[in-house]
Write a protein that binds this ligand. Structure first.
Ligand SMILES: Cc1cc2nc3c(=O)[nH]c(=O)nc-3n(C[C@H](O)[C@H](O)[C@H](O)COP(=O)(O)O)c2cc1C
Length: 324
């Protein structure tokens, strides 16, 4: 089930998504430990890298992580993108992804992210310059189009391939849709038909069965998982197991408890206690979602002030589930 992006070997067809505010070092370590084949960072700004912004540098720090990890860049200034690409390459990054999908108004107003879908000329200059500036493979993540009247994923994918894209990820939604409605997998199939490089399908993969369906319906090489992994890193390995014909196992309560605590401890190790416990509030809510008493414990977790307090609550929550 392994595949390649150029010379980079990827063990299985499961890819974790670039996720701003989520796919930090702790998330990436957990994704890898749970069997994900290819992992993405949060999106980072080309200008942040060029101007040596400390926060941007932190976002791209892959120290101690198992490869392959792809750093996702966003921006639209060709020159700055080229420079940012070289900076990443010099720091030892082996794979770069270019963001042409972000729907956030702030990003779109700057002509970046999904706005590039509606501006193929600039998209081509930006992506082409990035590819030419580095020796490492560069991939691109696109949407179906910008609006329902501008469905151009196939055209954009072809353009980016001709400029040297080593793989294309297609999220089957327009920018208008943000993350609502259902993803259109047929557009993924159309892109698969149109290009020769590997296509990573993305949108609404919440189960191993959905991953299999997506591959069957579209012919994509790999599937990218975003929201399905929230509080649920087991999904990566479950998809890999299912696709390889192995038995899929469900995590025990002990495993849920230990993983949630490990996630928390990793975030605190990398970001410090104050930021760490604050950032982990939403993640803990995801780990606890669907279990008895989740709402009550979510509030208690949100009010906890120290790492020890949060750990004790998470422990108590999952131990109670196991007892009942
Ligand atoms: C909180 C959040 C942050 C995201 N951040 C990024 C990002 O930094 N770069 C990117 O290309 N897509 C980003 N996305 C989009 C996802 O990578 C993915 O394309 C989308 O969620 C669809 O996949 P899913 O149906 O598996 O969730 C983000 C999505 C969410 C929900």
């Amino acid at each position: 089930m392994n595949w390649n992006i150029e010379n980079i070997r990827i063990e299985n067809p499961v890819v974790s998504a670039p996720l701003a505010g989520i796919s930090d070092k702790a998330y990436r370590i957990l994704a890898r430990e749970h069997g994900c084949g290819l992992i993405h960072t949060e999106m980072v700004s080309e200008m942040g890298l060029v101007y040596g912004n400390k926060k941007t540098a932190e976002l791209t720090d892959l120290d101690g992580e198992m490869q392959p990890v792809s750093v996702q860049l966003f921006g639209s200034d060709p020159h700055a993108l080229g420079k940012a690409g070289r900076i990443l390459q010099e720091r030892g990054v082996r794979l770069i992804d270019f963001n042409m999908g972000c729907p956030a108004p702030k990003i779109v107003r700057n002509g970046e992210g999904s706005a590039l879908m509606a501006n193929p000329e600039l998209a081509s200059r930006a992506f082409g310059t990035l590819v030419e500036s580095v020796d490492i493979p560069v991939t691109v993540k696109i949407r179906k189009g910008f609006t329902p009247d501008q469905i151009n994923a196939v055209d954009i994918a072809r353009r980016m391939e001709s400029l040297g894209a080593s793989a294309v990820t297609v999220h089957g939604r327009t920018r208008d849709q943000f993350y609502s409605g259902t993803a259109d997998w047929d557009i993924i199939r159309q892109v698969v038909q149109a290009v020769r490089v590997p296509v990573i399908g993305n949108g609404d993969v919440f189960s191993p069965e959905a991953a299999e369906d997506m591959i069957r319906q579209t012919g994509c090489t790999a599937v990218m998982v975003a929201r399905g992994s929230f509080g649920n890193p087991w999904l990566f390995g479950q998809i890999a197991d299912h696709l390889a014909g192995r038995v899929v196992s469900l995590p025990s309560m002990d495993s849920r408890r230990d993983t949630a605590i490990r996630h928390l401890e990793l975030v605190v190790r990398f970001k410090g206690e104050t930021i760490g416990i604050k950032e982990m509030r939403k993640q803990m809510a995801w780990y606890m979602k669907g279990f008895r008493g989740a709402a009550v414990y979510r509030d208690r977790v949100n009010n906890s002030r120290t790492l020890d307090e949060m750990i004790a609550l998470v422990r108590e929550f999952f131990d109670r589930q196991a007892e009942e």
